[in-house]
Every structure is written in structure tokens, then in C-alpha cells.
Design a protein around this ligand. Structure first.
Ligand code: PLP
Length: 406
């Protein structure tokens, strides 16, 4: 077996064996959501057929088993993020909920008129709108760091925009629309030196390379399970425990309370503080299984994806009239592009006829598209289970599409 056994890995993902429109499925929409290995699918089934019980509540065996598995999943998350302690890892629905939680709980309690929240031009709407809304409510202001024509954060501008007014800096570790890997540790260091807290949207990084939260040094890190080979409906917000414990909770109910009395109620510390009610138990357990699946292959998977990126970039660049949008020095295997004379949706539809799934449109990054003067792009996003043969299929199909659209 080679260091990275792509044949074996593909067999772990049952959906990759299906055909689409009479062709083998070529799934290149991984930035939207990733596929799930059998171990994850089986973990969901196993939970409901063998373990189903509520967590943290029962004295009976099933509840104990479910609680142990749920908390073991939290420990897997901590390991995945390079953390020694799992307490700061909160199970949420996904990155969107994680970012909203910080905006609502930290923002509402700490922002005031005159404060600034610094974002970047390449953020996903999930890392723009919650800040806009909390800014409107508190009188704070959202400031935007521009990106360079290559699709990299303009670090000189970033430094210039940081000031004593900056209370929070929020940015994507990796751009979903362009694949740019931001210098997250450096941006964090600069922001914290200016006195700001840092939230990193790790939605697109967690699936592509090892994330080391302590090395990044950030204050909050959010990612979605479904983009990281786990189920939909589950994700993680990590926060520094001391920050989380000082934040007022925003959902109230079972499990998050210390003591309830009509005279007044007290709340628990993180993580329970932010996990009111029955959580997505099966989702959390299956996410833990997904992360345990990924961790041993992360380094080899990243190298494989970089080979796919290099091959795909070379083949796509050779297509007449095709322009790649975003050519950062450091990228994950995501390629955004346009073809002269063809709308991105037409490209997507023509590729679909060949069994190739890509994403088209603004990728929830309208401000970034506006910056480039585009209504959208076509985007091929790879995962470690994709192959060089699929890169060829993509390029051949695009060449065919180009001729049809010309
Ligand atoms: N942030 C980034 C960079 C994303 O790519 C996405 C999803 O595409 C999100 C946030 C939101 O993730 P979710 O919809 O899983 O909450």
C-alpha cells in the first residue's frame, strides 16, 4: 500500500461509487459540503440502533454510554484542533451558528459606539452579516480589509486599519470562493497586539490541513462538521474558556443551568453554558468519528490535494478564454474561474451533464464578487478522495463546454 492509498480511500466513501447522468460521479463541490466515509454513516446508524439515549441526564446504562460517546467526540474535536483541553469546544450547528454565537454573546456584552470590528473583503456572508447586525445594535462599526488582485488579504492595509478602536477581528482561515490561505497566525498576532480579540472562520481550512489553534493563537475558531467529512447539523465553536465563561449565554434551558429558582437562575461554565437543550448527539458522535478518520491521513491528504491543485491549475489555464479568479501564493485545492462568453451557471449545467458536480454563483461572497466586478464564478473544489483522472475529466468537459458556448 502506498503512503496515500487513494483507491482504498475512495472505497471508504460509498457515494463515490455512484453514477450521475450515466457517467461516474466526479464530485468537485467539496467546499459546499464534503462526502462522508462509511465509518461516519455507520456511527450514525450504530448510535440509533445501539446507544440512543439522552446525554448528561440519565443514571441508566444507555444514557451513560451516550454521554461517554458524546464527550469522547468533544475530546476528538480538541485533539483535531491541537488543544490540550476540550472545555472550550462547544457543539453548535455549524460555523454560521458559531459565529452568530460570538457576535450575539460576546458582541452584545462588549461592543459599544465607536468600537470597530475588522473583517476582510473575502469573507463568507456568515462572517459578515452577524457582525453587521451586532454593529447596528451596539453602535459599533464594521471595517473591511481589502484584498489584492491575486485574492490575498492586503496585509499593509490590514495593519493600517488596526487601532485602539478595533475590538474584534474576524477572518476566514481559507477563502471558500478563491481557496486563498490567509496568514492567520500573523494576522492574529497583529490584531492582538492592537488589543483586539480574533475569531477565525475555519470552515474551509479544517478539511484541508492540520489546524493548530494554540499555534494560531486566536480567541475563537469555528468550523462546520459537514465540510469536514462529518454530518450536517453539527459544528464546533472553540473559544478561550475564560472568555466563554465571561460571556452571557444566549439560549436558555436544560443542561446549561447550575441552579434554577423563581428567585433567579445561575448558569454553568463552558461548554454546557452554550449547549442549552438536547444537543445533536448522533451528529457530534459521528463528527468525532470523522475527525478520527481524517487525523492520521491529514499530511498525506494535503500533499495529494496540492498535486491535484497544481495539475488542475495547469490544465485549466490551457483552456482558451478561461480565467482563474484568485491566484494566491498559498491556496487549498479550490479553483474559481470564468470562461469568456459563458455564464457560470451554463458551465455548471454543461459539466453536470458529464457527471461533474461544481458550484456556480457568488459562493455567499457577494462583496468579494463585487470587488472583482463579477456576478459569480464557477468553482471546482477538491477533497483528498479526488483523483488526477478527475482533474482530466474536469478539463476535458470544460474544453467541450467552451466550444459549445463559443
Ligand atoms: N464560512 C465559510 C468560509 C464557508 O465556506 C461557509 C460555508 O460555505 C460558512 C462559513 C458557513 O458554513 P455553514 O453553512 O456550514 O454554517
Amino acid at each position: 500500500m502506498s503512503a496515500f492509498d487513494i483507491t482504498g480511500i475512495r472505497q471508504d466513501f460509498p457515494i463515490l461509487g455512484r453514477s450521475v447522468r450515466g457517467r461516474p460521479l466526479t464530485y468537485l463541490d467539496n467546499a459546499a459540503t464534503s462526502q462522508k466515509p462509511s465509518v461516519v454513516i455507520k456511527a450514525l446508524e450504530r448510535y440509533y440502533s445501539e446507544q440512543n439515549a439522552n446525554v448528561h441526564r440519565g443514571v441508566h446504562l444507555l444514557s451513560e454510554e451516550a454521554t461517554t460517546a458524546y464527550e469522547a467526540a468533544r475530546a476528538s474535536v480538541a485533539k483535531f484542533l491541537g488543544l490540550k483541553e476540550a472545555r472550550g469546544c462547544i457543539f453548535v450547528r455549524g460555523a454560521t451558528e458559531g459565529i452568530n454565537l460570538v457576535a450575539e454573546c460576546w458582541g452584545r456584552a462588549n461592543l459599544k459606539a465607536g468600537d470597530e470590528i475588522l473583517l476582510t473583503q473575502l469573507e463568507h456572508h456568515a462572517n459578515i452579516v452577524p457582525w453587521q447586525v451586532i454593529a447596528e445594535r451596539t453602535g459599533a462599526k464594521v471595517i473591511v480589509t481589502p484584498v489584492t488582485p491575486r485574492g490575498e488579504v492586503d496585509l499593509v492595509a490590514f495593519k493600517g486599519l488596526l487601532s485602539a478602536r478595533t475590538k474584534l477581528v474576524a477572518f476566514a482561515h481559507v477563502s471558500n470562493a478563491l481557496g486563498t490561505v490567509n496568514p492567520a497566525a500573523e494576522m492574529t498576532r497583529l490584531a492582538q497586539a492592537a488589543g483586539a480579540l480574533v475569531l477565525i472562520d475555519g470552515c474551509q481550512s479544517a478539511a484541508h490541513f492540520k489546524v493548530d489553534v494554540p499555534a494560531l493563537g486566536c480567541d475563537f475558531y469555528a468550523f462546520s462538521g459537514h465540510k469536514t467529512f462529518g454530518p450536517t447539523g453539527i459544528g464546533v465553536l472553540w473559544g478561550r474558556p475564560e472568555l466563554l465563561d465571561a460571556m452571557p449565554p444566549y439560549q436558555f434551558g436544560g443542561d446549561m443551568i447550575r441552579k434554577v429558582d423563581f428567585a433567579g437562575t445561575t448558569f454553568r461554565e463552558a461548554p454546557e453554558r452554550f449547549e442549552a437543550g438536547t444537543p445533536d448527539i448522533s451528529g457530534a458522535i459521528a463528527l468525532g468519528v470523522a475527525l478520527e478518520y481524517v487525523m492520521p491521513i491529514q499530511t498525506a491528504a494535503h500533499a495529494h490535494e496540492q498535486r491535484l491543485l497544481a495539475a488542475a491549475t495547469e490544465r485549466l489555464k490551457a483552456i482558451k478564454g478561461l480565467t482563474i479568479v484568485g491566484e494566491a501564493t498559498e491556496k487549498v485545492a479550490v479553483i474559481s474561474f470564468n470562461i469568456v462568453g459563458g455564464h457560470p451557471h451554463d458551465i455548471g449545467t454543461l459539466l453536470d451533464a458529464d457527471g461533474i458536480a461544481i458550484r456556480t454563483g457568488h459562493h455567499c461572497c457577494m462583496p468579494l464578487m463585487k470587488h472583482y466586478g463579477l456576478s459569480g464564478t464557477a468553482r471546482a473544489s477538491f477533497a483528498f478522495y479526488n483523483t488526477l483522472e478527475e482533474v482530466d475529466r474536469l478539463a476535458d468537459s470544460l474544453e467541450k463546454a467552451r466550444k459549445m458556448m463559443a
